[in-house]
Design a protein around this ligand. Structure first.
Ligand code: NAP
Length: 531
């Protein structure tokens, strides 16, 4: 494993197509499973290197408008090929930088490749731009002009990935796929905890860019272990948007930086969430065993290090809920504990758990554990106490859930109305209970991006109808999804052409419908040509 690491990695930055590193700030990734540092020296990008990268991205972006959908699609498919060819190296670095299993790596890799393929298919036609045409009407009073609308890319985009998805939400993850698919240039600020995985994936992207004739600078990958590189990127006037997946603290600092610029820019931040689960009593009476298994599995998935982990459970105080929680605790404590991604994440888990112990009773996994292994924990608090302490709904990233027992449905509704914005909300109940408690459904719907009925929040299906992004602070803009092909809309903006002659219009807006797509013409969808 160590040999492979030495052979494949340079520790340098991809500045456009070349590997460069003139800086002297060195850092290492960490293997939490063996509690030791990995060998490769990663070299943080210098201020000059960051500037050079931005200039390259700016120039590349200006050339990208000449590169049509099919060529960009070939680029994405060539990334898939390159990543498949590097599967072994990806596996080695992914596992040694995260402590996650090979099985998990392969699942995430497949998902990442699926995302890239989906965007490649999407951009073969121009339908994704939602073209809309309102033909001139000289007879109208007053006469109306010819107005046509499409979407165009934003410009060079800076992307930050999260520690817990080194592939699917990182270097070639959903944000990168969406931003490249729509014709942007991308600079990834590599996650310092999986910089090696990042470099291997970046090499596949660069190889694909060269192979498919993309301009140099369409993609770069910069190493950094501190905030300075990220700050320089986000505040640079040539950067036009930011994509971020990570903690609420990280996301809100970047939003602040972007808003303080002379020209504020959009930051699409996908942040933390506690994903409340409301358990109604009749369903628990009927299917207690099933739901205690599903929920404990969901809490433990990925050692609780998923943005959709169920971190908060709302119940009514009664005998059924007492028995259910006893069962849930037994099942949860039966799991073998597992290691967290990094000692920093483990330390933060421990710190937040200790903070919770001031106001809540904790039940934790017992016995000796190796370093970096998380003790799964259930915390308990009364509805009354919970309603008084807003900090109790903050994310404890790891295998942790807080059970809140309310005395009445009204108290439970108050708990829901006090919730911050969430990625998901779940209700488990019988059809009858759901009808009787329709206000629970309606109130929870207003707080979340995805409402799950009789299921668990973990496991985000990648499909066009998925919405992954809820009201603030789970996301910075609840109108957009970070998962699925609609996520392409984030890195584009509408532009409207008024009285522009046909030869100057983009393909999807021309009179002759060469793309053979449905367009909205005078308000109705049609595949017709005209003029
Ligand atoms: P993180 O600490 O916020 O880091 C994410 C990235 O942002 C890293 O590259 C980090 O660089 C950078 N960063 C953080 N704060 C910054 C700042 N103030 N200025 C500049 N750069 C900054 O998050 P993480 O620990 O990697 O990931 C775990 C979190 O991600 C959890 O809260 C989880 O819920 C969330 N998550 C959300 C989603 C979603 O779709 N909503 C998906 C996955 C994970 P440094 O490492 O150098 O600080």
């Amino acid at each position: 494993m160590k040999n492979m690491e030495k052979k494949v990695l340079s520790g340098k930055n991809y500045i456009g197509n070349s590997l460069e590193a003139t800086g002297d700030t060195i850092f290492h990734t960490f293997n939490p499973r063996i509690n030791n540092w990995n060998k490769t020296d990663f070299i943080e990008a210098t201020e000059l290197e960051v500037e050079k990268t931005i200039q390259l991205a700016h120039t590349a972006f200006q050339k990208m408008h000449k590169i049509g959908g099919p060529q960009r699609a070939s680029f994405l498919l060539a990334i898939v090929e390159g990543m498949e060819a590097r599967k072994k190296a990806i596996l080695v670095h992914y596992c040694s930088e995260t402590g996650l299993s090979e099985e998990r790596c392969l699942t995430e890799l497949n998902r990442t490749l699926f995302q890239l393929r989906s965007f490649a298919e999407l951009i073969l036609t121009e339908s994704w731009r939602n073209p809309s045409i309102d033909l001139a009407n000289p007879e109208a009073k007053p006469p109306s002009p010819d107005i046509r609308k499409t979407r165009i890319p934003l410009g060079p985009i800076v992307l930050f990935g999260a520690s817990n998805f080194p592939l699917a939400y990182s270097t070639a993850g959903g944000d990168t796929a969406a931003a490249l698919a729509s014709g942007n240039a991308v600079i990834v600020k590599s996650h310092p905890m999986h910089a090696g995985t990042g470099e291997v994936v970046a090499s596949a992207i660069i190889e694909a860019a060269i192979k498919t004739g993309m301009p140099e600078g369409v993609f770069s990958n910069l190493n950094a272990k501190g905030f300075e590189v990220g700050k320089q990127l986000v505040t640079h006037p040539l950067i036009k948007s930011v994509g971020f997946t990570g903690s609420i603290r990280g996301g809100t600092s970047l939003i602040k930086l972007a808003n303080q610029r002379k020209e504020p820019i959009p930051v699409f931040a996908e942040m933390g969430s506690v994903n409340p689960v409301v358990l109604l009593p009749k369903m628990l009476e009927e299917e207690m065993d099933k739901w205690s298994t599903h929920i404990s599995d969901s809490i433990m998935a990925g050692t609780g290090q998923f943005c959709t982990s169920p971190g908060l459970i709302f119940m009514l105080k009664n005998d059924t809920s007492t028995t259910f929680i006893q069962q849930l605790e037994t099942k949860l404590m039966d799991y073998e504990s597992s290691c967290m991604l990094h000692p920093n994440i483990y330390d933060q888990f421990e710190r937040l758990k200790n903070e919770r112990s001031i106001n809540c009773a904790l039940t934790e996994k017992e016995g000796a554990l190796p370093p970096n292994f998380a003790r799964q924990t259930i915390a308990h608090v009364s509805g009354a106490k919970y309603l008084q302490d807003h900090s109790l709904q903050e994310e404890v990233f790891g295998p942790f859930t807080l059970v809140v027992k309310f005395n009445t449905v009204n108290e439970l509704l108050q708990g829901i109305s006090q919730l911050n914005g969430q990625l998901t909300g779940t209700i488990i109940g019988t059809t009858e209970e759901l009808q009787e408690n329709s206000s629970v459904f309606l109130n929870l719907q207003n707080k979340v991006g995805r409402l799950v009925l009789n299921g668990v929040p973990t496991g985000v299906t990648v499909c066009p109808s998925m919405h992954h992004g809820g009201p603030f602070p789970s996301s910075s803009d609840s109108q957009f999804t970070a998962v699925g092909i609609d996520s392409i809309l984030r890195f584009t903006r509408p532009v409207c052409f008024q009285n522009v002659p046909d030869d100057l219009l983009p393909l999807e807006l021309k009179n002759i419908n060469r793309c053979k797509i449905q367009r909205r013409v005078n308000g109705l969808f049609s595949g017709d040509s005209f003029g």
